[in-house]
Design a protein around this ligand. Structure first.
Ligand code: PLP
Length: 423
């Protein structure tokens, strides 16, 4: 397992780097997310290394994990940001990421968002529709600016990933159909406050097979050649994100050097700058969600391990039928196993972390770690069932810092206002 390097047993206890997770739990309680900074730094270096001889901008897709400490850490490695909202734009700014390294993606950019991004002189707007193109041109005109744009092309490729994270098929809401591409670039050329500088795609997330990428790149290559023949100055190709990670033992990560090799060939052939938008691949394996067993319940047909983390803390199993390995915090010396559903306290049947999982026998009050939860974990958390957002911890060698305080119930209730007429 890739992350055994960062999460490992020492003296019978699970550690993140050189910090005992039991120790953190004693100090701050459970549940909590913890991330190993070294796992993230190593990933950044691996990616930089693989692309070292390519003209590339690596823009971290903030939505995977937008804690300010994580963005700052990745920004410090020289990376830019791929953002999808005003909130993410402000986060990137406050993490000192240069506007010139910011890419704005997403299908629903509001006027306010476009205006702010224009003000910050971001590197590129990844346009997803003709209506967006017109809106951006109008705003840029009012501000006396020229907006650098790229069009997200939907290559109608099946990324062979879960339906809820597949984005590059014709039935998905994302991008502009491949066949309409030449037309839309013509329209951009007619809009004086837009400047087409690139082209982009993003076919999905958690993609473990490089073949769909290769197929999409081949299509995009032909399109780039056609666009250039028509006089459009396409100087970069943004290949999106989507590289998968091994969430469990039966998944195998794609080889990053192989991925780089495919892109290198393309980049050289077209003499084009490359933009990468990795999210999950950078942070996914760095994190775990630590939770406590509240009860063991033996149902009529199944055993349930009821833990204190729920689908409001980690939605992935419910939303994507995602697998997360589950490790006990105390190393199991005897080999007693049990098969159980690991479920949360939320009043929903869909509230589970794992189903029919064979794992080392655990007992009430034991701690367990839900592994590979660094991406699309904390960021998707909600207050459902009036549960406060959990704390987040960053471990670095033998130190750890709270990078997000646990949200207390007062804070949660205070945001609501009861009109006087009810009181
Ligand atoms: C979500 C997203 C990414 C990042 O996807 P990962 O699978 O986390 O790498 C990149 N680009 C766009 C446009 C996205 O929507």
């Amino acid at each position: 397992m890739g992350n055994m390097k960062y999460f490992h047993y020492k003296n019978g206890q699970l550690y993140g780097d050189n910090v005992s997770l039991t120790k953190i739990a004693k100090l701050i309680g459970t549940p909590f997310y913890c991330y190993c900074a070294n796992a993230i730094i190593d990933r950044c270096n691996e990616l930089k290394e693989a692309f070292s001889d390519i003209d590339v901008l690596i823009a971290y897709a903030l939505k995977a994990n937008s804690n300010q400490a994580i963005i700052s850490l990745i920004g410090k490695q020289g990376f830019g940001a791929d953002i999808v909202s005003l909130g993410e734009l402000e986060r990137a700014k406050r993490a000192n990421i240069d506007g010139k390294k910011i890419i704005f993606s997403g299908v629903g950019k509001s006027e306010e968002e476009l205006e702010r991004a224009l003000n910050l002189d971001i590197f590129c707007f990844n346009i997803e529709s003709e209506a967006e193109l017109i809106r951006l041109n109008n705003i840029a005109k009012k501000m006396g600016k020229i907006a650098p744009v790229s069009v997200r092309i939907n290559p109608d490729i099946d990324a062979k990933t879960h339906a809820k994270i597949s984005t590059g098929k014709s039935e998905n809401k994302f991008g502009i159909p491949y066949k309409d591409a030449l037309n839309i670039y013509k329209k951009i050329a007619d809009n004086k406050n837009l400047n087409a500088i690139g082209i982009d795609m993003h076919i999905g997330s958690q993609i473990l097979d490089l073949k769909p990428f290769e197929n999409a790149f081949t299509l995009m290559e032909q399109l780039i050649i056609s666009l250039r023949n028509e006089g459009h100055n396409i100087s970069h190709f943004d290949v999106g994100g989507g590289l998968g990670i091994a969430h469990g033992q039966d998944e195998k990560e794609p080889d990053i050097r192989q991925y780089a090799k495919i892109i290198r060939r393309l980049s050289k052939k077209l003499d084009i700058k490359i933009i990468l938008e990795p999210g999950r691949w950078l942070v996914g394996n760095s994190g775990a969600l630590i939770t406590k067993v509240e009860y063991i319940k033996n149902g009529a047909n199944k055993n349930f391990i009821i833990v204190n983390a729920g689908m409001n803390d980690l939605l992935r199993p419910t939303l994507y039928e995602a697998h997360h390995d589950i490790w006990p915090i105390l190393e199991v010396k005897n080999h007693n196993k049990m098969t159980a559903d690991i479920v949360g306290p939320i009043c929903e049947t869909g509230d589970y972390m794992a189903q029919a999982r064979l794992l080392a026998k655990v007992e009430q009050n034991d701690l367990i770690a839900i592994m590979n939860a660094g991406a699309y974990g904390a960021v998707m958390a909600s207050n459902y069932n009036s549960r406060g957002l959990v704390a987040e911890i960053l471990i670095y060698n033998d130190r750890f810092d709270i990078i997000r305080e646990r949200q207390n119930i007062d804070e949660l209730i205070r945001a609501d206002k009861v009109p006087n007429w009810i009181k």
